[in-house]
Structures are given as C-alpha cells and as structure tokens.
Design a protein around this ligand. Structure first.
Ligand SMILES: [Zn+2]
Length: 211
C-alpha cells in the first residue's frame, strides 16, 4: 500500500507576480462572477485496501463527490464550478504532481500559479489523495467509504488550489486549523473525513470578488 511520506505532504504553490493589467482589473466595482474549471484527466489507482483497481463507476463517484465539495465551499462567493477547460481559473486532476521548485523527484498533493485579477492554473494529484484516503481511513472503513473519501480529499485539495489562484499574494497557510481549507498540509485525516471549514481566506475572497 502506498504511504504518504512526510517529505511529500506540502501543497506547493508557485506564485506569479502581478502584471500592470491585473491592477486595472482589480479596480472593477461590484460583485463578480467567475468560472472555476475543474476536470479529471485519465487517472487510475489500485490497492488491496480497495480490493484491486478503481472502476469507471468509482471514478464517476469520486468526480461527483469532489465537484460537490467545490460547490459547497464556494457557495455565496460568485464562483461557478464548471468543466470548461478554458475557464480563467482552473484545476485539473492528474495522476501525479511533482514539486516544481526542486529537481528532485518529489511528489506533492497539488500546485498552482495565479495572476491577480486574471486567472490561474493548477493541478492536484490523484495518487496522493487516493493513497491518503486509505492511509487515514479507520480500519473498519468500507470500500464505499474509501471511495467517497478519495473524492472528498481531491475536492478539498482543489478548493485549496483555487484559493491560491484567487488570492496569490495571501499567506493562506497561516491558518492553524487542520479542519480548514487553507491549512498548509493535505496529509491529515481532516482532508478526507469530517466537515471542513474556511479560516482566514473566505473574507479575503469576499473582498476580492465583491460579495
Ligand atoms: Zn497551499
């Protein structure tokens, strides 16, 4: 069974400095509605803990659970979750994500880059969250519970990455609440189980988007 190494747990973010055009857009008035593109690339996972390989039906469930997590997190913020790959802000679920800051073969939960007022792109790792769900699940967890936990972990990871893109200058990792979207590490039981809440970023998002 794959393990989540302590050395691979950080959510990595590469920030891109704001351009002059971003400053102009930032001066818009009134609530803004933006589109957040979210989709899965072809991914797979196999583990004895789930009795073999994920089926197409499992992947459908995981995608639906992840999308529901995003919709719930962004409710009331004017952020529409879509599968459009040309959306200004977008996160794609890929098999693995490597740390862009190092030449070492370091696998991480996700990464993003964003330009204030313009958009952003990011990825989250299917392997990271699939293995994480099995690591943090109680021994008694059923297969259905594990499948749902994978989707929950991915969705919450995507919320974290979109938040980096929307607030590229904000130190969202300052949240010390392990049950918050902003928390610096995805290697935690709360990523997969129980309720998750906002910490410092939601009021910043409300101010940023005018809601
Ligand atoms: Zn982060």
């Amino acid at each position: 069974m794959a393990r989540v190494s302590p050395h691979t747990v950080g959510l990595v973010t590469v920030l891109v400095a704001a351009g002059a055009s971003a400053l102009i857009l930032a001066e818009r008035r009134g609530p803004r509605t933006i589109e957040a593109g979210f989709w899965f690339e072809p991914v797979s996972y196999a583990s004895t803990r789930i009795g073999g390989t994920l089926t197409p039906a499992d992947l459908h469930t995981i995608s639906a659970v992840a999308r529901a997590e995003l919709v719930a997190a962004f409710e009331g913020l004017g952020i529409t979750v879509t599968d459009k790959r040309q959306a200004p802000y977008r996160v794609q679920v890929v098999q693995e994500v490597r740390d862009p800051r190092t030449r070492r073969d370091m696998k991480v939960a996700g990464q993003s880059r964003g330009v204030p007022g313009i958009g952003g792109i990011g990825t989250v790792s299917f392997s990271f969250f699939a293995s994480g769900a099995t690591v943090y699940a109680p021994e008694s967890a059923t297969r259905d519970t594990l499948i749902t936990a994978i989707g929950r972990g991915i969705g919450r990871g995507a919320v974290h990455e979109f938040t980096h893109q929307l607030l590229p200058k904000a130190a969202i990792h300052a949240s010390r609440d392990p049950a918050s979207y902003e928390y610096s590490s995805a290697a935690r039981p709360e990523q997969f189980f129980g309720d998750m809440r906002w910490n410092l970023a939601r009021p910043l998002l409300q101010a940023r988007l005018g809601w």
